[in-house]
Design a protein around this ligand. Sequence first.
Ligand SMILES: Cc1cc2nc3c(=O)[nH]c(=O)nc-3n(C[C@H](O)[C@H](O)[C@H](O)COP(=O)(O)O)c2cc1C
Length: 325
Amino acid sequence: MLQTRITELFGIKHPVIQGGMQWVGFAGLVSAVSNAGALGILTALSQPTPEDLVKEIEKTRGMTDQPFGVNLTILPTINPPPYEEYAQAIVGSGVKIVETAGRSPEPFMELFKEYDVKVIHKCTSVRHALKAQAVGVDAITIDGFECAGHPGEDDIPSLVLLPQAVEALDIPVAGCGGFSDGKSLVAALALGGEAIVMGTRFMATKEAGVHQNVKDKMKEADELSTNLMFRTMHNTARVFKNSVSNEVVEIESTGEATFEDVKDLVAGQRGRVVFEEGDLEHGIWSAGISVARVKDIPTCEEMVSRLVADAKNIIDDRLQSVKAS
Ligand SMILES: Cc1cc2nc3c(=O)[nH]c(=O)nc-3n(C[C@H](O)[C@H](O)[C@H](O)COP(=O)(O)O)c2cc1C
């Protein structure tokens, strides 16, 4: 058993967490992850309304008796979703684990603490992690430059960011961004991390509700298969390299592009069609550099048990033999 403060905090068997994923984090995947002894996380905003989120939570409960959480991504958008209502739906449903992301969870902490919810906040810098610790979150996910989605603007990879965060914070820290297997779990533990959070690797599993074409494409990918877009708008996003993200990067390369110029290309609904219909060039879809490490599409149970077994073998055998020689 690999036990850390994070396995204890969430009551999970393995120090492995599936990060929230828009249009991917539904009951089927989340329950499979939790049944595998890791922590599955539903994505609140993948549900059209807070009422739908309540139903998805109930559905998940019908599929696992293991702990699972809900991701609440609080992004400053022009037409923000009713975040407060989603938060109420989470606590009202009796969910006890929340992953916050996007911006400081401070406005929601009183509510979460009132309902005895454990909060793990995901951020991309030590300064934001310190702020989150100060407002009372229970753990931090520190998201390195390798990650799918929003890596921030500092461009610090997990190899440096994770130990920096661990040394600066008192609360437990999970490494995130670039993790995919037993080797990287051991690396995270060696760097002082107490769990890994993965998105890309969990998307490439049998239970992830994305089209088979997407999973097959991920298997073919290498370490050059992602694009960074929105760099010029200081809102960087790491996405899979395809004709649409190439076009966005090209438009941005003029140095004068505004969001209006790329708005239609990056529409969330177009990305959703990629996942649902498997038309890989229909829109933008998130993927991290760890997509290079996707070699197969296992079940969550197969993937998590292999990952943990590999990690234990590395600790017990490989590292011991290095020490002996
Ligand atoms: C398809 C996809 C959608 C994602 N959507 C969200 C999201 O809505 N909110 C969020 O906090 N993180 C989101 N993420 C980021 C993951 O939770 C996680 O932080 C990231 O994938 C870690 O890096 P990795 O892909 O190298 O494992 C998404 C990731 C993927 C692959």
